[in-house]
Design a protein around this ligand. Structure first.
Ligand SMILES: [Zn+2]
Length: 388
């Protein structure tokens, strides 16, 4: 039952609202409550709280979140890794891998959008300002103006409801809507390695008689090996990881070979590569880890004109040796998240049944222990919070 109007108190400010002056629709929205996991400070557990359902702005839609993926970068957000580039105000709701059902439309959402209540959409997480050069080129994730990234600024999806500008939502088919837990991770874990692999392909580093490797088989890497097969043009696909269980996942997802690199020298890894592929070097590497150790290993394994694309962010700084980099004409490509079209493309691949998922459904209440597991690197595949 809705509380008495006089009892409506804003949880953020403690100030009583004045429901007599609010339109009827807004009064209803104000008394609707939802469960949400919120940050109250860095390096503190999230708190599960009852908070008001957000009111969509004129050009926003209200989503009833169906599934929200959990990413290592959520752990890093809590840990303070993104304090500089993405400062947030507390209390803050993280969560950037979101699939949800349309639960309401703002007054200025164009009729041409034709969303109906209950339609399943995924949220493109990069919210560019649409005015800078990067946005004009379609790369809103690189917005150099007033870009925002949901879950790192605007309130995210670790909540039962969220508001999102209509143009960042992508509607999926009724068939795909049956499994929101498989849709949510496509917006980061499924999209980020796709863009990285696409960069290696566009640089001409893939193809027959070449080897492409994926370093780190976590949430992103298990998708990455599949894109290595889909975009690789018959390149041999090798997974590099530090645990055998993760290599098994990679092989289940199509990797031709797996090499456990834990505590192994470059030479020992090269011996193993030679035994498996007939060659001691690799032509293209997609690094999903981003640590000093993983990047150094990658550059040591690349052959002449090899390329390393990095999507992982574990270390704050990494160094590499400059002579082999110049002397063997290596390439080092940064690749950040993905743009709207990258997301449309991975959703299309998934809908065509060309993408395997490694998803574990989890509950909002268990969010803190699952974040800790992500921090330890203990998660195989993706954990996705389901709300339905
Ligand atoms: Zn922009």
């Amino acid at each position: 039952m809705a509380p008495d109007a006089a009892e409506i108190v804003d949880v953020e400010t403690g100030i009583e609202s004045m429901p007599l002056f609010a339109p009827i629709a807004n009064r209803e929205a104000q008394v609707m409550k939802m469960r949400a996991a919120r940050m109250h400070g860095y390096r503190e557990p999230l708190r599960i709280e009852e908070v008001p359902v957000p009111e969509p702005g004129p050009d926003e839609i209200l989503l009833k979140v169906a599934a929200a993926g959990m990413c290592r970068s959520d752990y890093q957000l809590l840990d303070g890794y993104f304090k500089g580039p993405f400062p947030v105000e507390f209390p803050y709701m993280p969560g950037h891998e979101i699939a949800g059902r349309v639960a309401g439309l703002g007054s200025a959402v164009p009729a041409t959008v034709t969303y109906a209540e209950g339609d399943m959409v995924v949220v493109n997480p990069s919210w560019g300002d649409c005015t800078c050069r990067q946005c004009r080129e379609g790369n809103e994730q690189l917005c150099s103006g007033n870009g925002r990234w949901v879950g790192f600024g605007p309130p995210g999806g670790f909540a039962e409801y969220m508001a999102v500008e209509y143009r960042h939502a992508i509607r999926v088919s009724a068939d795909a809507a049956k499994a929101p837990e498989l849709l949510a991770p496509m917006t980061d874990a499924g999209m980020t390695p796709y863009r990285g692999m696409r960069k290696l392909r566009d640089a001409g580093k893939l193809g027959p008689a070449r080897t492409v490797a994926v370093t780190g088989i976590g949430g992103l890497g298990s998708y990455a090996v599949q894109y290595a097969k889909l975009l690789g043009g018959s390149a041999t696909v090798v997974a590099l990881a530090r645990t055998d269980s993760k290599l098994d996942v990679a092989k289940d997802n199509g990797a031709d070979h797996g090499v456990n690199v834990k505590d192994k020298s470059t030479e020992v890894i090269q011996d193993e590569l030679e035994r498996l592929t007939g060659r001691r070097t690799i032509d293209a590497i997609l690094d999903c880890v981003g640590s000093q150790a993983s990047i150094s290993m990658g550059f040591d394994l690349l052959g002449p004109e090899g390329a390393l694309a990095a999507v992982g962010l574990m270390s704050d700084r990494v160094e590499h040796r400059q002579f082999p980099f110049v002397g063997t004409e290596l390439s080092y490509l940064g690749s950040f998240w993905g743009n709207h079209l990258d997301l449309v493309e991975v959703l299309s691949l998934a809908e065509a049944g060309l993408v395997e998922h490694n998803v574990t459904e989890v509950q909002l209440e268990d969010i803190n222990e699952n974040l800790e597991a992500l921090g330890r690197g203990d998660v195989v595949g993706r954990q996705v919070i389901v709300f339905e």
